[in-house]
Design a protein around this ligand. Sequence first.
Ligand code: ITT
Length: 197
Amino acid sequence: MRRLVIATNNEGKVKEIKRLLAGYDYEVLSLKDLDINIDVEETGSSFEENSLLKARTIQKLTGGMVVADDSGLEVDFLNGAPGIYSSRFLGTSSEKKQYEGILALLDGIPDEYRNARFRCAASLVTDTDEMIFTGTLEGKIALKPKGDNGFGYDPVFFIPEFRKTMAQLDTETKNQISHRGKAFELLAAKLKNWSRP
Ligand code: ITT
């Protein structure tokens, strides 16, 4: 079985990506599985650039096939913030402080101005190739946090079609609709047709 390394330190992502890539005949390993402890500096100015940066850096170390995910939340009322700075928003890495911060910034703002989206850029880097796949999910910033599943901003990301926040969905359902699910579905289709170099 060929080995595929997920270049992320975010355990929420690892859980979702392992499920998304299950059943494709690859042994999927995270950095933690490999005892690699590196935080790649994200100096790019887009999800795509940062995603490639992470995949390339880890691929140089491990060789073989590496995937990386760069993702984040864009809130229209905040002119697209936190965007690529989602994991460092408000100078904290506390997810609770971050989503409470979003709620505070949108306090009193009516529903029609609460549009937001999650974006994901998933890259696949090998010795010979580089590819990027993207996915988006539109939604609204909820009035208060709900749900315990997922990670990050999931408790305050409301999906009108489901009348639930992302954190109220189980992993399987989240993967079927999420930005990450869409990007990795495209990436997985590529893996499936991959011809051995
Ligand atoms: P790696 O760089 O190690 O992959 P990270 O958490 O720093 O981990 P990013 O730089 O891509 O990853 O930041 C993504 C942030 O965006 C993440 O920390 C969350 O705050 C948010 N985010 C991304 N996808 C999300 C999701 O599905 N649900 C909730 N929040 C999400």
